[in-house]
Structures are given as structure tokens and as C-alpha cells.
Design a protein around this ligand. Structure first.
Ligand code: SAT
Ligand code: MN
Length: 599
């Protein structure tokens, strides 16, 4: 194989700093995968699940402190502070490298440094990008093998001088001679650093083994670094699902969707439509990379190859296709273990057996345990190809042409079930105001407050949020604007006065998608309102749905008073972005206020 001089030099530089006992190049083979799992089982770091129940599947239990992304310890070290913007933690890159070099020095002693060449997106697609992760965690290797395409084929594509993103990761626990390893080695919180050097296309992650902090292809590369690459190269890296929807006549359309956490993104990506004859297929459940094709259409790929989903709450009823996807070859982290070697979690859809081992490794009995058996952020890592409704074209290197973009928040009032933007810039305005209300279900003093999460990207934009929104505006400035996807704002979470959800959600969301694709096909009855185009009274297909005309009216009602309050909230939120906010968004807000006042 050709020698990639820059890659070799970087590996040597890192090895000199981290001082691993050995360096191992991952080829991505099944044999290698089996061997790594076996080694982790032998060391007590992994538990092989019952092969009769979950073939090829394993359970890991993290350190109780290492269970989620650490946003306080996540840094965007751009050259200038303004380039990280008001929403990111900025540290001077030179100072940060210095601090982290001290930590990384000798951090891999007693361990193997794995070299993982990986492709985000189908190998060789013009939209795909290559990264190389150097890590001392075999847990990271086996997860990256599911979540991305890894190994020899990637190195061949990289060739002798291909570009790659440098991803360095260490759990931050060097081992002395003969010292036994922890079940889940990680560093204390104040030593954790999830650092991005966007100008150098480099990630340095130290001290955590958890998914979003350690599987560097995911949020660190595919969103934070890729959003910067996308800005520079004229494409988009977004926190979006991708699905296809086919009507009974066989017409297929593609929809992407940005939804903040806890709004059912994975569920929507693979839902089973309640409308007879309609079919939904999954292209991706978390990240979309979108680039204009030669035909002038915006085309999307899923840069990932697996699902890293939240287990609790996943059941045959809430997400049948996710449950089918995790029947085999799946890594479970922080779920409970049953006595017969299978998994259990809260909301799995059936009662816990009498005895379990909980996510901390302790005995748990249904009779006398109030503690959760699975951590609320317990995860499954499963190959996307195992999803029963994976779209046959999900790995098409050309991507799929995007017809509609959804943005969705979680608001008990104000925002209707669906509205469509007047044009692209108005759609960017909508996406910039994506928000969720903190409800009584969350223990918080902020009940009733609205939290903004522009395009569900708040923790994932690798540069200044204002420049990011300007980039969205720039993407829309196309000579063939009629080829752009249409943008829609959905809110599945509107409530009536008694606090009851008005919309059933799940498979019935396809009724809303039906109107969306009717609109992009030039049909679909709509009325013009101050906030956008909305379905005319009978335009949403409620056939067979137990919902009254009054309830539908409430779901689609635009309350002038609440909307004017909403405008004030957006003003305050925009004020936090300062002068760099795109002028066109300021104008959108003014125009909205004028239309509402005239109502
Ligand atoms: O923590 S991860 O980024 O791996 C998953 C998520 O937060 O969506
Ligand atoms: Mn996500």
C-alpha cells in the first residue's frame, strides 16, 4: 500500500507524545472485531450477551460519571474568539494545545494506540470525507466500526496524499507496569477536554469514553468540524434525520428534519405511517450532509453507518423498527442485564423480571428497587443496515434529492402543528428560532421558559452562530431557487388548556408529511397567514383518526397575542447574538411583527 507521508508523520508525532506500548492499524475485519471484543470480555470490560437472544451483542457499563456529552468541557479553539461566537466555549488554540499536551504526554502508557481510518459517508462518494482516529480505547474501535466505515478500504481511498481530519482520543488513564485496567477507564470531569481546532481540521478529545465525546466521527467531526468545512466549501452539515416517503401511487420524496433532543427524531426517521398504502424508509436518523448535485438539486447523504440511539423509552410500540435493528450485532451501554443474558430498560414495553443487574453493576429487584435499572441516557449502537425499513438507496454515493426540510420544536402552545415558510430566507428565520419550552415534566425553575436551539445545532456549530445562519442564507441564493427544498416548521407537542397533547404523534405524523409532500408537488391546499402558509381546514388527512374539527382547529390556531409575545422572545434571543446577526433575519422578524400587528 502507498505510504501517506502526512499520516505517518502525524502518527509518529502522537506516539512520541502519548507513548503507547504499541500501535495497531485497524483493518475493519470481522476477525479483528471478534478479537477486540474477546479481549474486553477477558478483562471484564464487556459482557457477551446470550447468543440465543442477542447474537453478536455486548454490554458495557460506563463509569457512573461518564454517561453523556460534556458541553461545559467542549471547546471550539478557533484562531479568533469571535469566530467561535457567543454560543461556544472558546479557548486560545495555542494555550489549549499546551494544556492538553501536558495531559496527553504519556497518557497511553501501558496501552495500545489504535489507528482507525474511517469514512464519513459511503466510501468514495463526492460528499464523503475521511478521518483518522487515534485512540487507546478498544470500545471506541468496535463502536466506530458500526457507526462509520473503517479500515483498509478507507486507507486505499485516502491514497498517498488524500485529505483527512485528525482525530486524537485518549481515555486519559496511563497504566503502570502490570497494573490492571479499570472496567471503564476515564479521567475526572475537570480533566476532560473535548477540543476542536477548526482551522487545523483537528480534534483532541481527552478523558471520556462516552459516545459523543469519544466516537469522534459523530458530533465532533460530522457536525462541529464538518460545519466549518461546509461553510468554506459551500455545502451543509446538519443535525438532521433523512427519510423517504412513498405515496400509494409509488411517488417517492425525500425529507430531512432538524429536531432538538427528546423530540422523537429517531422515532420519526423510521416510523410506520398510519395512512394506508404509504411507506416511510430511513436514510439516516441523526446527521445529514447536503451538497448541490450537477442537477442543481440539494442532495443528502447520511455520513454515519449506524444508529447511536437512546434505549430507555424504545419499545415495539414507540419504535418497532429500532427494536428490530438491535436484535443482533449491537453494543449496549448502561442498560440493565437480565439473568438470562439479555437487556432491559425502562420503557422497553414489558415489566422488568424479578431480578436484574442495573447499569452500575448492582443487584436490582423489581420488588424493592426505586432506582432506575438503566441510565436514562443508556445507548444502543447498531448497524443501520439492520433496520427493516432502511432505504435501499441509503448508501447511494450521489445522495438523495431533498424535497423538504422540516424543523421541529417542542412547544405546548403558540407554534401550530405545521406551517410552511414563504420562501427560503423565511425558512432560515424559522429554523433560527427553533425552540422548546421547559415543561413541568422537567425538574427546573425555568418552567414555561423557551429555550432556543437554532436548527437543533446549538451545541454542534463549529463556528460563530451568526455566520452559520448567514451560510444558510447564502445557500439559498441559487440561480435555480425553485429547485431548493421547501422549509416547514412542525410542532407535535401542542397541548389543550387541560394540558393534554392534541396530536397523537408516532405513525400519525405521516398525515402531516402527506401535506408536506403535496405542497412540494404543487398540490395541497393552503392559506396564507402572518406566520406562513398553513393547511386549509380540511387539508390534513384525518381519515380514520379520532380527532375533532375543534381539536384540528386548535392545533392550527395562530393566537395573535401569543405570537406577539413570541416575537418579543425572539428579539431578546437575537439580542444575545449581537451585531453579527444577518440583517435578513432582523428584517424577517420585523416583517413578521408587522404582519401580526395587522391581523
Ligand atoms: O452524545 S451523542 O452525541 O453521542 C448522542 C447525542 O447526543 O445525540
Ligand atoms: Mn443527535
Amino acid at each position: 500500500m502507498m505510504v501517506h507521508k502526512k499520516l505517518q508523520a502525524w502518527i509518529e508525532e502522537v506516539a512520541t507524545m502519548c507513548q503507547p506500548d504499541q500501535i495497531y492499524w485497524c483493518d475493519g475485519s470481522q476477525e479483528e472485531n471478534d478479537r477486540l471484543f474477546q479481549e474486553m470480555v477477558n478483562k471484564g470490560q464487556a459482557i457477551r450477551l446470550n447468543p440465543e437472544k442477542r447474537p453478536g451483542s455486548y454490554l458495557f457499563r460506563s463509569h457512573p460519571s461518564d454517561v453523556a456529552r460534556v458541553e461545559d468541557r467542549t471547546f471550539i479553539a478557533s484562531g479568533k474568539k469571535e469566530d467561535a461566537g457567543p454560543t461556544n466555549n472558546w479557548v486560545d488554540p495555542v494555550a489549549l494545545k499546551k494544556t492538553m499536551t501536558t495531559l496527553f504526554t504519556g497518557s497511553m502508557k501501558g496501552r495500545t494506540m489504535y489507528v482507525i481510518p474511517f469514512s464519513m459517508g459511503p466510501i468514495g462518494s463526492p460528499i464523503s470525507k475521511i478521518g483518522v482516529e487515534l485512540t487507546d480505547s478498544p470500545y471506541v474501535v468496535v463502536n466506530m466500526r458500526i457507526m462509520t466505515r473503517i479500515g483498509t478500504a478507507v486507507l486505499e481511498t485516502l491514497g498517498a496524499d488524500g485529505e483527512f481530519v485528525k482525530c486524537l482520543h485518549s481515555v486519559g488513564v496511563p497504566l503502570k507496569d502490570g497494573e490492571t485496567d479499570a472496567a471503564w477507564p476515564c479521567a475526572p470531569i475537570e480533566e476532560k477536554y473535548i477540543s476542536h481546532f477548526p482551522d487545523q481540521r483537528t480534534i483532541w478529545s481527552y478523558g471520556s469514553g462516552y459516545g459523543g465525546n469519544a466516537l469522534l466521527g459523530k458530533k465532533c467531526f460530522a457536525l462541529r468540524i464538518a460545519s466549518v468545512q461546509a461553510r468554506d466549501e459551500g455545502w451543509m452539515a446538519e443535525h438532521m434525520l433523512i427519510l423517504s416517503i412513498t405515496d400509494p401511487q409509488g411517488n417517492k420524496k425525500y425529507v430531512t428534519g432538524a429536531f432538538p433532543s427528546a423530540t422523537g427524531k429517531t422515532n420519526l426517521a423510521m416510523h410506520i405511517p398510519s395512512l394506508p398504502g404509504w411507506k416511510v424508509e430511513t436514510v439516516g436518523d441523526d446527521i445529514a450532509w447536503m451538497k448541490f448535485g450537477e442537477d442543481g438539486r440539494l442532495r443528502a447523504i447520511n455520513p454515519e453507518a449506524g444508529f447511536f440511539g437512546v434505549a430507555p423509552g424504545t419499545s415495539l410500540e414507540s419504535n418497532y423498527n429500532a427494536m428490530r435493528s438491535i436484535e443482533k450485532n449491537t453494543i449496549f451501554t448502561n442498560v440493565a442485564l437480565t439473568d438470562d443474558g439479555d437487556v432491559w430498560w425502562e420503557g422497553i414495553g414489558y415489566d422488568a423480571p424479578e431480578h436484574l443487574i442495573d447499569w452500575k453493576g448492582n443487584d436490582w429487584t423489581a420488588a424493592d428497587s426505586n432506582a432506575l435499572a438503566a441510565h436514562p441516557n443508556a445507548r444502543f449502537t447498531a448497524p443501520a443496515g439492520q433496520c427493516p425499513v432502511i432505504a435501499p438507496e441509503w448508501e447511494d454515493p450521489a445522495g438523495v434529492p431533498v424535497d423538504a426540510i422540516l424543523v421541529g420544536g417542542r412547544r405546548p402552545n403558540t407554534i401550530p402543528l405545521i406551517h410552511e415558510s414563504f420562501d427560503w430566507d423565511h425558512g432560515v428565520f424559522m429554523g433560527s428560532t427553533l425552540s422548546s419550552e421547559i415543561t413541568a415534566a422537567t425538574i427546573s425553575n425555568d418552567i414555561g421558559q423557551v429555550r432556543y436551539d437554532p436548527f437543533a445545532m446549538l451545541p454542534f456549530i463549529g463556528y460563530n452562530v451568526c455566520d452559520y445562519l448567514q451560510h444558510w442564507i447564502d445557500i439559498g441564493a441559487q440561480p435555480e431557487a425553485d429547485k431548493l427544498p421547501k422549509i416547514f416548521y412542525v410542532n407535535w407537542f401542542r397541548k389543550d388548556e387541560s394540558g393534554k397533547w392534541l396530536w397523537p404523534g408516532y405513525g400519525d405524523n405521516s398525515r402531516v408529511l402527506k401535506w408536506v409532500i403535496e405542497r412540494v408537488s404543487g398540490q395541497g391546499a393552503a392559506v396564507k397567514t402572518p406566520i406562513g402558509y398553513m393547511p386549509s381546514p380540511d387539508a390534513i388527512d384525518t381519515d380514520g383518526l379520532d380527532i375533532s374539527a375543534a381539536e384540528m382547529k386548535a392545533l392550527l390556531y395562530v393566537d395573535k397575542k401569543l405570537w406577539l409575545q413570541n416575537v418579543d422572545l425572539i428579539k431578546a434571543y437575537y439580542a444575545g447574538f449581537g451585531d453579527r446577526l444577518p440583517q435578513s433575519l432582523r428584517l424577517q422578524l420585523e416583517a413578521l411583527e408587522q404582519r401580526l400587528t395587522a391581523l
